[in-house]
Design a binder for this molecule. Structure first.
Ligand code: UFG
Length: 344
């Protein structure tokens, strides 16, 4: 019998790519999403890729009674991957209570239901943002967690602590995955990132500028202490990232975990500057992107990239896709979006 996996936030960017990889690996997937930052059409897009329509339920995890009744009729779930969360850094600074309420309450309700169900396997979606501005690069899982610079980032830190505390007194086994910078889209061009309004992140801004939805890309700061003066990040293909979730679940199901909570960095281990990303995008897609240099963006750290040795040895996972593949898939997705792929 296939393991049944609940994916919260399964119609979102990383969630949808993970659902595809889970189905390809033989897992049966159920999605919960409140569609606050995604579209239900993604379920059909997933089916177009894998030939399997995932079971979909529109539920906000903060609605405890709705969640309970969902679990009453789905009491045979073997594992959960918890993506559902609000994730815009700037928005979290403007609306901290909404962020704390949503991201913390969702996890608390979920853990509460899982305990009743005796479902003990959870993979949690965290972020390299917990490391802030690291003193030493690359960043290992043992690097200090510093005071969060935004409510969003704080919710990730607190959620990690909630999982630690609950794991201490229950049979819960958890894998926390700290993502670096996920970019790109599925090679089919059928699913990808769907930013609402003006994108905050670099690659959607580049693709939207290239297609003409945005006028000019602003490069935030070219006076950092880096080789070309722009910030360095560890960009990782979203499909590589999705596959790491499958490896994490397999580790839990195979009982290979060495402690109740394990934490892994997910990146490529290599950093690229904003200009390197921009130049590679132009080259691989043979298109020019209008850009200007502007002030540093508040809160940006000069450079972050991961040490990924732990994921390699324990999860037996390594990112394989190049920056070129990330940026050509992102462009294919943007072109498909502009041709109305989600309306077809
Ligand atoms: N950048 C620009 N212009 C833009 C957008 C971004 O120059 O229009 C630069 C940023 O200044 C930064 C780099 O591109 O140097 C990457 O920025 P992103 O916004 O794409 O990514 P971040 O590293 O800021 O964000 C990542 C994750 C977030 C997470 C955040 C926490 O993508 O989900 O780290 O710091 F919340």
């Amino acid at each position: 019998m296939a393991h049944k996996i609940l994916v919260t936030g399964g119609t979102g960017y990383i969630g949808s790519h993970t659902v595809v990889e889970l189905q390809k690996s033989g897992f049966e997937v159920i999605i919960i999403d409140d569609l606050s930052n995604s579209r239900q059409q993604v379920v059909t897009q997933i089916e177009k890729i894998t030939g399997i329509k995932p079971d979909f339920h529109k539920i906000n995890l903060c609605d405890h009674s709705k969640l309970r009744s969902f679990f009453n009729s789905h009491n045979d779930i073997d594992g959960v991957i918890h993506f559902a969360a609000l994730k815009a850094v700037g928005e979290s600074v403007r609306f901290p209570l909404i962020y704390y309420n949503n991201n913390l309450q969702a996890l608390i309700n979920l853990l509460d239901s899982l305990a009743i169900l005796r479902c003990n396997n959870i993979v949690f979606s965290s972020s390299c943002t917990v490391y802030g501005e690291p003193e030493k690069l690359p960043v290992t899982e043992e690097s200090p967690i510093i005071k969060a610079s935004s409510p969003y980032s704080n919710t990730k830190q607190i959620c990690e602590e909630i999982i630690e505390d609950v794991s201490r007194i229950t049979p819960l086994r958890s894998i926390i995955l700290r993502y670096f910078n996920p970019i790109g889209a599925h090679e089919s061009g059928l699913i990808g990132e769907l930013p609402i309004g003006k994108p905050n992140n670099l690659v959607p801004f580049i693709t939207q500028t290239a297609i003409g939805k945005q006028k000019t890309l602003e490069v935030f700061g070219n006076d950092y202490n880096t080789p070309d003066g722009t910030c360095i990040r560890d960009y990782i293909h979203v499909v590589d990232l999705a596959q790491a979730h499958v490896s994490a679940l397999q580790r839990l199901f195979n009982k290979e975990h060495e402690s109740r909570v394990e934490t892994y960095n997910l990146g490529t281990g290599r950093g690229y500057s904003v200009l390197e990303v921009l130049n590679t995008f132009e080259k691989v897609n043979n298109i020019k992107v209008s850009h200007t240099f502007s002030q540093r963006r508040p809160g940006d750290v000069p450079a972050v990239y991961a040490n990924v040795d732990k994921a390699k040895t324990k999860l037996k996972w390594v990112a394989t896709k190049s920056l070129e593949e990330m940026l050509s898939s992102a462009w294919l997705w943007e072109k498909n979006l502009s041709e109305g792929i989600l309306r077809k």
